[in-house]
Design a protein around this ligand. Structure first.
Ligand code: TYC
Length: 113
């Protein structure tokens, strides 16, 4: 494919045209979002899981309770998706909040398809 040559021309009001990486090279991939996943365990109190979800993921008490109950019943629940570094930071902070109280509460991350 021929190389992309940015036009020297300026548009009417004198601004330089701007292009996104995807316009210049349509093969440029969007960085994948990463899921934060809550894992069930038999020891962490339900109310503590709800409190951690509210504090770290800024969800309402209702939403936190739904996420906790889904993980409790099914083994895992996707909490939310973020850019990779944010997902990893939140998963680590939330897991550490449990560790600080002696609970095995665990959050992991995985890339979206
Ligand atoms: N299963 C725990 C209990 O019955 C509660 C719990 C729910 C713990 C979800 C972790 O990800 C979790 N106390």
């Amino acid at each position: 494919m021929a190389a992309f040559v940015p036009p020297a021309a300026r548009i009417a009001d004198g601004r330089k045209p701007r292009y996104t990486p995807r316009q210049i090279n349509p093969k440029t991939e969007r960085p994948k979002l990463h899921k934060v996943i809550l894992i069930n365990d038999d020891f962490t109190p339900r109310e503590f899981v709800v409190a951690v979800l509210m504090a770290e993921f800024r969800v309402s008490e209702d939403q936190a309770h739904r996420i906790m109950i889904t993980a409790h019943r099914r083994g895992v629940c996707v909490v939310a998706v973020f850019a990779k570094d944010i997902a990893e930071t939140k998963a680590t902070r939330a897991t550490d909040a449990g560790k600080a109280k002696g609970y095995p509460l665990m959050f992991t991350t995985e890339p979206e398809e």
